[in-house]
Design a binder for this molecule. Structure first.
Ligand code: BDR
Ligand code: CA
Length: 320
């Protein structure tokens, strides 16, 4: 196994499952989290940013810069989701907040400042607006990006419309721009879709393992996840899929995934299927692949390492 650390820039819309992505990228031993940019998404940009700050403050990681990013999608429409409550993060009032986000500079300058000349991976767990703008306005950063991994899309049914997944539906034009740019620059793009994240549900024994950590922070974590579970129960899921850390885990352990190159395009036109990721798994269209579609992950390993990260977060906790 390659034990070299992976530099990660995380772009997210915290978000209950985004919170788990933040924890994994902060505390996995292979991860070097350079910084976080926030985007509108599960809730307003303001809430998503405040939730990110709360989480970092509560685990003593105020060294990680938080950039307040896009408030609207490229075309200024905005989707909403009921899955994350009004504030975007359940039991957020149990966390503390000790610093402010960065908003008076360009995301590009902040990334350059934190990454220097090092290569890094971008992981996107919300709408892709920030990263589309970064690639559009600063092509010169592309050679420094090792790969982009995003959580979003589906080859099956959707979760915000019958055919579309939330993150892509929230800014389809941005997602298509990222696909086109990666293709044009031969930059590896990995898609962690609902097909895969539905296999990573927080089953009862996993909840027991979080419970047994038995600290204020792990109790918060479990409470937050159980409220998220309640929202999923209303959608006929017994257990909640924890989508976003599955994208972070790919950046750290690609060998635990089965991926397949496929042609994927986003429907930015139609009424019924707006935001649909059209994935040509069988090569019917005869088009060249545009991304790597993750088909499988070693689910036990994902959860073992996710729970270990929660344990480390709990040891670092500043909440009383
Ligand atoms: C995605 O949408 C959001 O609600 C989640 O945080 C996740 O990123 C799942 O469709
Ligand atoms: Ca998210």
């Amino acid at each position: 196994m390659n034990n070299q650390k992976v530099n990660i820039w995380l772009d997210c819309d915290v978000g209950n499952d985004d919170a788990m992505a933040v924890i994994l990228s902060l505390f996995h031993p292979k991860s070097n989290l350079l910084g976080i940019s926030t985007c509108f998404g599960n809730t307003s940009l303001e809430n998503c940013t405040n939730n990110t700050i709360r989480l970092l403050s509560s685990v003593g990681r105020t060294d990680v810069p938080v950039y307040k990013g896009a408030e609207f999608s490229l075309k200024s429409t905005r989707a909403t989701t009921k899955m994350h409550g009004t504030q975007g993060l359940y039991a957020a009032n149990k966390l503390i907040s000790t610093f402010k986000p960065i908003e008076d500079m360009d995301l590009y300058d902040l990334i350059k400042q934190t990454a220097g000349d090092q290569e890094f991976v971008i992981v996107i767990t919300g709408p892709q607006t920030n990263i589309a703008k970064l690639l559009r306005d600063h092509e010169d950063i592309i050679p420094q990006i090792q790969e982009i991994v995003f959580m979003g899309g589906t080859s099956g049914f959707g979760n915000v419309t019958p055919s579309s997944e939330y993150n892509i539906y929230s800014d389809p034009e941005a997602a298509q721009f990222v696909i086109d740019t990666c293709k044009q620059h031969s930059l590896k793009l990995v898609m962690i879709s609902l097909d895969l994240t539905y296999t990573c549900q927080l089953l009862e024994p996993l909840q027991q393992r979080i419970k047994s950590i038995n600290t204020k922070f792990s109790d918060w974590c479990l409470e937050m996840l159980q409220e998220y579970q309640a929202a999923y129960k209303a959608q006929e899921f017994d257990y909640p899929p924890i989508h976003d850390p599955v994208a972070v885990f790919y950046a750290l352990h690609p060998e635990m995934y089965v991926i397949k190159p496929v042609y994927c395009a986003v429907d930015c036109e139609s009424k019924l299927c707006y935001g649909r990721t059209v994935i040509d798994k069988q090569g019917i269209l005869g088009q060249e692949p545009t991304l790597q579609f993750a088909r499988k992950v070693v689910v036990d390993q994902f959860w073992n390492q996710m729970i270990e990260a929660i344990q480390v977060a709990a040891k670092n906790s500043k909440i009383e």
